[in-house]
Design a binder for this molecule. Structure first.
Ligand code: HAM
Length: 453
């Protein structure tokens, strides 16, 4: 392959280019998955998965850095759990009646005969880790964050992947609605740092084990009356968990569900007061919201607060993030009775609407002529890198003109010239590619020039 092979040209050094969002999105053949027209590979990636190419990686890194910096300001610390977990963790946590557990898990039996699952979400893993390591016995606050891949076997489409990435945040031991409000405010702080505007915050309460059974009875009765109008999946949900009908994406089911009773009319006194507190704290924090009584969210564990931040710029899959309170999970897992609340943000979705400034990376291209200069160049590159200057040396026999052609194609900020003359004198040439100005000096003098530029 020559230096100018198109795929290489595309991938190399284009720090400032925006990502081709449509690339690799669950389409059929290898040619369609590639960002290069007509490209074919013998083995293509799995449908619904996505390669993050070098020109996109900078945005991912900036999102990760912004999330980390924001969460640490609020006292959160990173907790990294495995990608693979026992299947029963999600059956118990995410819930037997959720779409995730019934339809979407990557579950298989490992060589030891144990059923394992690639995590579809992170929340149950954090609860498990707290119990397993008795983090509840430590003095520090139980506030954790994490960023990483999740796996759901859903139908891929724009904004919905089979391997996707979440920024996840969880708080344990706080039953006060102020903790929920602070989480929502923290999510907005991060969205603000990412330049994401025009979002809407939806909030609801799904009650608790005192009031929800009463609501479920009323909901089931209403759903039974309209059973004939529901899709087969929802007809099954009428008996298993009618709350899950609200998660259905079928238009007719949505219309029917809109006529069902509202959970807010069934909240017990404690849940009602908690919800009123939440709204009051959001007002204190200056967060605008809309109460959405049908926001029950697709997971079985929620109690009291649920919320989502949606964006009109996203299309059908419009939730940038979603979360809520899950006060029963810890005790249901056999751990301490600790209330909990949290949210997860979809990184692909956030990146598709974030206004991240282009990466302004500057680097030095080292142009050498001949074996002796190559050796000196190796050492010089090491010197510049040790002093914090990004330096690229390509080990190809090129003439000076070809070196400059290549450096300019790659948009190098500087070219360092190492030839026979330069070696003899111990002084090298440095060309500033933006101004065209060339100076000569020792490596120390040229380092100072680069730093000044
Ligand atoms: P979730 O609503 O299932 O909640 O997912 C959270 C976010 O992950 C969604 O709002 C969306 O941005 C993103 N997301 C979900 N599925 C996909 C997908 N297939 N492709 C791309 N992005 C996706 C949870 O996962 C809960 N664990 C949140 C939570 C934390 N609740 C309490 N603590």
């Amino acid at each position: 392959m020559t230096d100018d092979a198109p795929a290489k040209k595309e991938a190399r050094r284009s720090h400032s280019r925006s990502a081709p969002e449509a690339a690799n999105l669950g389409k059929k053949g290898p040619a369609e998955r590639s960002s290069v027209p007509g490209a074919r590979v013998a083995v293509s990636g799995i449908k619904g998965t996505k390669d993050v190419l070098p020109e996109e990686a900078g945005s991912w890194q900036r999102l990760e850095a912004a999330a980390r910096a924001t969460f640490e300001l609020y006292g959160y610390r990173e907790l990294r759990a495995p990608v693979i977990e026992p299947t029963e963790l999600f059956e118990k946590g995410t819930g037997q009646t959720s779409d995730i557990v019934t339809k979407e898990m990557y579950t298989f039996v490992d060589k030891g005969g144990r059923s394992v699952t690639l995590r579809p979400e992170y929340t149950p893993s954090v609860a498990r880790a707290i119990i397993e390591h008795r983090l509840d016995l430590r003095a520090e606050p139980m506030r954790y964050y994490y960023m990483g891949p999740m796996f759901r076997y859903d139908k891929p489409q724009k904004g919905r992947y089979r391997q996707f990435h979440q920024v996840d945040v969880e708080v344990f031991g706080e039953k006060d609605a102020a903790a929920d409000a602070e989480l929502i405010e923290m999510a907005h702080t991060l969205l603000g740092r990412l330049g994401i505007l025009g979002t809407e915050t939806l909030v609801n309460s799904v009650g608790d084990r005192t009031c929800r059974p009463v609501y479920l009875k009323a909901l089931r009765a209403a759903a039974r009356a309209k059973q004939a109008e529901l899709c087969p999946d929802c007809r099954r949900k009428v008996e298993t968990n009618p709350l899950r009908i609200f998660d259905c994406k079928v238009e007719r089911c949505r219309e029917v569900a809109a006529t069902f009773p509202s959970i807010l009319d069934f909240l017990c006194q404690e849940c009602r007061a908690h919800f009123q507190d939440l709204l009051g704290y959001l007002d204190v924090l200056g967060i605008a919201y809309r109460v959405e009584p049908r926001l029950v969210r697709g997971l079985d564990y929620y109690t009291k607060t649920t919320f989502e931040v949606v964006s009109g710029a996203l299309g059908a899959q419009n939730a940038l993030l979603g979360g809520g309170r899950y006060d029963d999970m810890m005790k249901d897992f056999g751990g301490p009775d600790l209330p909990a609340t949290g949210f997860a943000m979809g990184m692909e979705r956030v990146l598709s609407v974030a206004a991240l400034p282009a990466d302004q990376k500057k680097f030095l291209y080292l142009a050498y002529l001949g074996e002796e200069a190559k050796r000196a160049g190796l050492e010089l590159a090491r010197f510049f890198r040790q002093n914090g200057v990004e330096c690229l040396v390509e080990f190809k026999d090129r003439g000076m003109k070809a070196h400059f052609g290549r450096a300019s194609k790659l948009e190098a900020a500087w070219v360092l010239i190492v030839g026979g003359d330069e070696l003899r004198k111990g002084r090298f040439g440095l060309k500033d590619m933006a101004t065209g100005r060339q100076v000569e000096g020792t490596r120390g003098e040229l380092l100072a020039a680069v730093r000044a530029g």
